[in-house]
Write a protein that binds this ligand. Structure first.
Ligand SMILES: [Zn+2]
Length: 272
């Protein structure tokens, strides 16, 4: 089973240590089950995501949380040192992303969209967008050899509408990956059981036991999922996915390699 898809490589460039799981955990878990080589990168160190834990301590905690989440599915998970909340799409970030894409040589890169509520998400999205063409230009970041061809680059789902709505080129029924996604997300305890409930005023509803917390987290995720399903109602209906319990959506970048029909099933297994 593990060698079934040998050669397929997935790189996720998220702004924060929990972005990959929350925005693309279903596709990541599906690829993991199929033996894809997966690398999850948090571009920032996550130092700002808490109301009580001090930033330097939080970096250590979140680095370990991300590592544990990756380990659950056999993925390599790394956290870079750019400061959480202070990320800019500058030349240093662009060069780091060019080097990462070249050295990992992914078939598929997942990242944010440049239209998003969080400035760090926007910065990563912009830097990946800027890197798409330059990964093939030898004199840029010349210490790492260029790739013979671009990977396919796709944005992870968001529901923002200005300046433009997310176009779901691929919709994925992730019902079978839901439990794995929740267990991965639960590794980010400082976020899903502390900071996010604090920020969203949900601490009162948070139970104590481990099993109860997993169920609570699944319900939290299903609330997000219901918003996705409402947002993409027309497309879900058109592609026969109205009954999917949980979904993800992906928008293919125009600046990297187009997703042709031959590669569609390999990169987005089961996608509609
Ligand atoms: Zn984030």
């Amino acid at each position: 089973m593990l060698d079934q898809r040998s050669g397929c490589r997935l790189l996720v460039l998220g702004a924060h240590p929990d972005d990959a799981e929350i925005h693309a955990g279903g596709l990541i878990a599906r690829h993991a089950a199929l033996g894809t080589t997966i690398r999850l990168v948090s571009v920032t160190d996550g130092r700002s995501g808490h109301h009580e834990i001090q930033p330097d301590d939080l970096v250590t905690i979140r680095r370990e949380e991300a590592r544990a989440a990756g380990q659950l599915i056999g993925a390599d998970s790394v956290t870079w040192d750019f400061p959480d909340g202070g990320l800019q799409a500058d030349l240093a970030l662009r060069a780091a992303i060019i080097r990462e894409i070249r050295s990992f040589a992914p078939d598929l890169v997942l990242t944010h969209r440049p239209w998003d509520y969080h400035p760090d998400h926007r910065a990563v999205a912009q830097a990946v967008q800027d890197a798409c063409y330059l990964v093939t230009v030898p004199h840029i970041a010349a210490d790492v050899p260029v790739l013979p061809r671009d990977p396919v680059v796709a944005s992870m789902v968001d529901l923002f509408t200005r300046p433009q709505r997310f176009e779901p080129h691929v919709l994925l029924d992730i019902s079978h990956e839901l439990d794995t996604l929740v267990r991965m997300a639960a590794c980010h305890a400082s976020q899903v059981f502390q900071w996010l409930p604090y920020h969203d005023d949900l601490l009162e509803s948070l139970p104590d036991g481990e099993a109860e917390r997993l169920l609570w987290l699944k319900q939290w995720f299903m609330t997000i999922n219901e918003k996705r399903k409402t947002h993409f109602q027309a497309e879900l209906k058109a592609r026969g996915l109205t009954n999917a319990l949980a979904i993800e959506a992906y928008e293919i970048s125009e600046y990297a390699r187009p997703l042709d029909s031959a590669e569609r099933e390999r990169l987005f297994p089961g996608g509609k």
